[in-house]
Design a protein around this ligand. Structure first.
Ligand SMILES: [Zn+2]
Length: 268
């Protein structure tokens, strides 16, 4: 019964992560860094070079991240390539408005951001969620100030079982814990197993996700009238975020904002 055994292992792993995150989020930043420093040697989270401070990035990797700051489109959070003379909304957002209200990201999807996301997703360095979540806390401070509830983008159970770790939920737990906002990991469900989105066109992605995300039975009272902050690690075309936002709005949410660690910047 390989399946049963793996499922049990996944449960143990999930329990361990949960306990670790609960400990980490209950602590102020410095204490959490100290705790992590006891477990891991102080190396850069991205390139593994030695660093003075545990669980941060080395100066080179920090400097190589394309941090996103204003001026950017107030809807999509994409930096303006040209000075549009005080414009607040990008032409892209006007032409094709997203279902979510506002999106914010720490950095553009460059090599360092990609490495961090990959390590969080497939690696076993769970303290990365604290590093990346801390950065998201800053990038999303305006959204967090208004958020009633935090909801991570869910993985399908099958993929959760295979990968054993929902990186969006880990980030959400860190952010919610530090911001003092309730995190609801059960509100949104993937009800259909979707093909991986990689390599699909924009239309194919939307089709792939049709009906795949739904608010869980019984979650409506928790969402009713709430401003929800949706959390994910990466924003690419926005198909998953829009499908999630649509499901949350149908499920009673008043508005949905989106906070990710990194996003693909069209044309960059
Ligand atoms: Zn580094």
């Amino acid at each position: 019964m390989a399946l049963a055994r793996d499922t049990d292992e996944a449960k143990v792993e999930a329990g361990r992560l949960q306990r670790w995150l609960q400990a980490a989020r209950a602590m102020p930043g410095a204490a959490a860094r100290h705790m992590v420093g006891l477990v891991y040697p102080p190396t850069c989270a991205a390139c593994s070079a030695a660093t003075g401070e545990p669980h941060g990035l080395c100066a080179t990797c920090w400097g190589s991240l394309s941090f996103i700051s204003r001026p950017y489109c107030e809807r999509l959070g994409t930096p303006f390539a040209l000075d549009l003379g005080g414009a607040l909304i990008s032409p892209a957002a006007m032409a094709d408005p997203p279902v979510f209200e506002r999106a914010r990201a720490v950095a553009g999807y460059d090599d360092t951001a990609r490495t961090l996301v990959h390590k969080l997703k497939y690696g076993d360095r769970m303290e990365l969620a604290v590093t990346m979540g801390g950065m998201m806390l800053l990038a999303g401070r305006e959204l967090l100030a208004e958020a009633d509830l935090i909801v991570p983008v869910p993985l399908h159970r099958f993929r959760l079982w295979r990968r054993r770790f929902n990186q969006a939920a880990a980030l959400a737990q860190v952010i919610g814990g530090r911001a003092g906002i309730t995190v609801d990991c059960d509100a949104l469900r993937r009800v259909k197993r979707t093909r991986p989105q990689v390599g699909l066109s924009r239309n194919e992605r939307a089709e792939n996700l049709q009906g795949a995300l739904r608010v869980a039975d019984g979650a409506r009272p928790r969402l009713e009238g709430k401003r929800v902050l949706l959390i994910d690690d990466v924003l690419t075309t926005g198909s998953t975020a829009n499908a999630s936002a649509r499901a949350l709005l149908r499920g009673g949410a008043k508005a949905v904002d989106l906070l990710v660690f990194t996003r693909v910047i069209p044309g960059a």
